[in-house]
Design a protein around this ligand. Sequence first.
Ligand SMILES: [Zn+2]
Ligand SMILES: [Zn+2]
Length: 336
Amino acid sequence: LIKEPPERGRWLAPRLVKAMQATLERREQSLLFLNRRGYAPLTLCRTCGHRFQCPNCTAWMVEHRLTRRLACHHCGHAEPTPRVCPECKGEDTLVACGPGVERIADEVTALFPEAKTAVVTSDTIWSPAKAAEFVGRMEAGDIDIVVGTQLVTKGYHFPNLTLVGVVDADLGLDGGDLRAAERTFQQIRQVSGRAGRGEKPGHVFIQTHSPGAQVMQALITGDADAFYAAETDARKDAGAPPFGRYAAIVVSSEDQSCAHDTAKLVGRSAPEVEGMHVYGPAPAPLAMLRGRHRYRLLVHARRALDVQDVIRDWLGKLEWPSKVRVTVDVDPYNFL
Ligand SMILES: [Zn+2]
Ligand SMILES: [Zn+2]
């Protein structure tokens, strides 16, 4: 994406588009993978800058054009997409920022109006019958180009599918995910495995802004052992799992000051244990979720320490109002 960026307002780089064209001409099938449902992950007003946020969560509302709704992917809150900005009352001033699968499908239709395109996400394939219908259409050659989320990475076998394009390989690498590189590696390997499963050879295109990253290099060379060895070293240095342990203590309540007070109490009463450090409390990255305010403490401990035991002892001595919830997650996958 650095050397050959897509055209303005588009997300598919010229080289990938050319490969899709060639695949179409050979009457073979292509798959575009983007792990993001909906049309666009953020909607804003170009006049006043208003952004649509979920009323219950610290999260942007995702536009779903198929259903003409803005939806929160954390709590399920949804509302019709408005035509008028709620802030400045401007008409038709709302713009979609960034791509989701629906938007990629639109781009594909604009590029290849003749091609038969299918979108595969939990929004379109919500039952085994729908999945069977999709598989049937693929096998019958009734679909030329599939645009899908991780739903398409699982187990399908389409011999005529010979091209896979990963629209945004960097997507999984940011965010609060500790095992981001590992997850990205596995996910892209899995989706890449969809290409060329029959007699015909397959091709995989990975769009990224960091082609030098270790995970991208490992994907190109296919050297899983080297990737895991490097990842293991990095974690050893950082004291990350499995060499050290992290725990997240999340204090949440609909009452913000209650949550904050309890979080401070938990922080103040942290035991002094050798080999264990407590950070926080601080507002959690998802500071509000399903209408609850959230504060978070992070615990980092040596491997040998039974951190679960320590935390149980620590929290067991404390009391907090019944409207406050305290949850502990040891070695969490993400810290949101
Ligand atoms: Zn506005
Ligand atoms: Zn929400």
